[in-house]
Design a protein around this ligand. Structure first.
Ligand code: PLP
Length: 396
C-alpha cells in the first residue's frame, strides 16, 4: 500500500454509529422523516443558551475583525483561560492554573494531545473502563500505547478490584469518563475514591507516575440534583479534558480545553509536553472566535431539563415494557440490555421497527444497545409504540 495502512483502515471503515446514521438518512428519504426513530448519534438537540448567540452578535458587530479572527497564543487566549479557571474554582472549590491550560478543538483533540504527551514507550498501557467511547482505542493506539479495558461491575459501575489487578509497571495513564458515554452512569463518590487509592498504591508499588485523564464532555449534563466529580480533588496526577460540544451544544465549532492539575507530578514538564503534542499534531491556537465566545459563556449550560425529561419518559417506558438498563444520572444516553444477549440481533430487530440504536460491541461491552436520547421530546413520545412492538417480540 502506498499510504499508511493503519490510517487507510481507519478512513475506509466507517464507525458502526456513522453507518447507522447514514442508513437512517436513507430510510428517512424512503419512508418519511417522522417515521424513523433515529437514536444513533450524540448530536445535541437542545439549542445553545441564548447568551451564545448574543455574545457572537456582539463580538461580530462591535469588535475589530482583525483581532477577532487573528491567531491567539498557541495554548489559547489568556483571558479565556483565566475565566475558565475562575469559574472552575467557584463551581468545585479547586484552583486550576490558567498557565497549565491548553485550549483545544473539543474533547477528541484534548484526549489525543494528552495521550501523545504522556505515552513514551511501545510497552506503555492505558487503562479504561468499559463501556467506553470507541475513539479511546484509536487515540491510544495512535499515541503508541496499548488500550487495556476494565470490565464493568453490576450496574455498569467500576469494578475496583478488577481495575487494580490491571495496573502494572507499564501503566502510564487511565481514562475515566463520568457521566459516561454510552451508559449515562455517574460513578459514585466511593468508587472514585477507591480508584484514586488504587492508583496511589500502584504508583508507590511500581515507582511510576500514572496520570488519570478525565474525559469530561458531559460534566455539565447531570440530573437529579447530583454533581459531576471534580477529579483533581481526589487524585493529584489528574489531567482534565473538557469540551463545550455538549454543555453549550456547539459540537461543530470544535472548542474545549486541557487542564493539567497544578498538583500533578512534574506538572510543568507534562504541560510543556501537552504544548509540544498540540504543536506536533497541528492543534496550536484553537478556533479564536469560539475561544472568545467561551470567555463570555463559560459556566452556562444548554437546558438540561429537556434531556432529563427525555430520560424520564424513555427510562420509565422501557423498563415498564420489560427492558433492563442502568439508571442514567447524566449525559444523554441509555444503555439497554439486549433481551437475547445479542446486541447485533437486537439492533437489527429494532431497525425493522425503524428504531435506530447502536449495538454495544464497539463500546467494549457486549450485549447492549445505546440509545442517544438527545432528540426532540416529541420524537421520544412518538417512538414509544414502536418500542412496545419491539418489546412484544421478546417479552410476551
Ligand atoms: N469523549 C466522549 C465520551 C464523547 O462522547 C465524545 C463525543 O461524543 C468525545 C469525547 C469527543 O467530543 P468532541 O466532539 O468535543 O471532540
Amino acid at each position: 500500500m502506498i499510504c499508511n495502512e493503519k490510517m487507510y483502515g481507519l478512513g475506509a471503515k466507517r464507525s458502526v454509529i456513522r453507518e447507522l446514521f447514514e442508513y437512517g438518512k436513507m430510510r428517512k428519504a424512503a419512508v418519511g422523516e417522522d417515521k424513523v426513530y433515529d437514536f444513533s448519534l450524540g448530536n445535541p438537540s437542545v439549542p445553545p443558551p441564548p447568551a451564545v448567540k448574543e455574545a457572537l452578535i456582539k463580538m461580530l458587530t462591535e469588535e475589530s475583525e482583525i483581532a477577532l479572527h487573528g491567531y491567539t497564543s498557541a495554548q489559547g487566549d489568556k483571558g479565556t483561560r483565566d475565566t475558565i479557571a475562575a469559574h472552575y474554582a467557584e463551581e468545585y472549590g479547586f484552583r486550576l492554573d490558567p498557565d497549565m491550560m491548553y485550549m483545544t478543538c473539543g474533547a477528541a483533540a484534548s484526549l489525543t494531545i494528552t495521550l501523545n504527551a504522556i505515552v513514551k514507550d511501545p510497552s506503555d498501557e492505558v487503562v479504561t473502563f468499559a463501556p467506553f467511547f470507541p475513539e479511546y482505542r484509536v487515540f491510544t493506539e495512535k499515541a503508541g500505547a496499548k488500550l487495556v479495558v476494565c470490565p464493568p461491575a453490576a450496574g455498569l459501575e467500576i469494578d475496583v478490584k478488577a481495575f487494580e489487578s490491571l495496573l502494572n509497571e507499564h501503566t502510564r495513564a487511565v481514562i475515566i469518563n463520568s457521566p459516561n458515554n454510552p451508559s449515562g452512569v455517574l460513578y459514585p463518590e466511593e468508587q472514585v475514591k477507591a480508584v484514586a487509592a488504587a492508583l496511589e498504591r500502584a504508583e508507590a508499588k511500581f515507582g511510576t507516575t500514572i496520570y488519570l485523564i478525565s474525559d469530561e464532555p458531559y460534566r455539565a449534563l447531570v440530573f437529579d440534583g447530583k454533581k459531576a466529580t471534580c477529579f483533581p480533588s481526589y487524585y493529584k496526577d489528574t489531567v482534565v479534558c473538557y469540551s463545550y460540544s455538549k454543555s453549550l451544544s456547539l459540537p461543530g465549532e470544535r472548542i474545549g480545553y486541557i487542564a493539567v492539575s497544578p498538583l500533578a507530578t512534574e506538572a510543568q514538564e507534562l504541560y510543556l509536553a501537552v504544548c509540544g503534542a498540540g504543536r506536533a499534531l497541528g492543534y496550536v491556537c484553537a478556533p479564536a472566535l469560539f475561544q472568545r465566545l467561551v470567555k463570555a459563556c463559560d459556566g452556562l449550560t444548554s437546558d438540561v431539563n429537556i434531556y432529563r425529561e427525555n430520560r424520564d419518559i424513555l427510562y420509565s417506558a422501557l423498563t415498564e415494557m420489560g427492558f433492563t438498563c442502568a439508571y442514567p444520572s447524566g449525559a444523554f444516553y441509555l444503555f439497554v440490555k439486549a433481551p437475547s444477549g445479542d446486541a447485533n440481533e437486537f439492533s437489527e430487530e429494532a431497525k425493522k421497527m425503524d428504531i435506530l440504536v447502536v449495538p454495544s460491541d464497539s463500546f467494549g461491552c457486549e450485549g447492549y444497545v445505546r440509545i442517544a436520547y438527545c432528540v426532540s421530546t416529541d420524537l421520544i413520545r412518538r417512538s414509544l409504540p414502536a418500542f412496545k412492538a419491539l418489546a412484544a417480540k421478546y417479552f410476551l
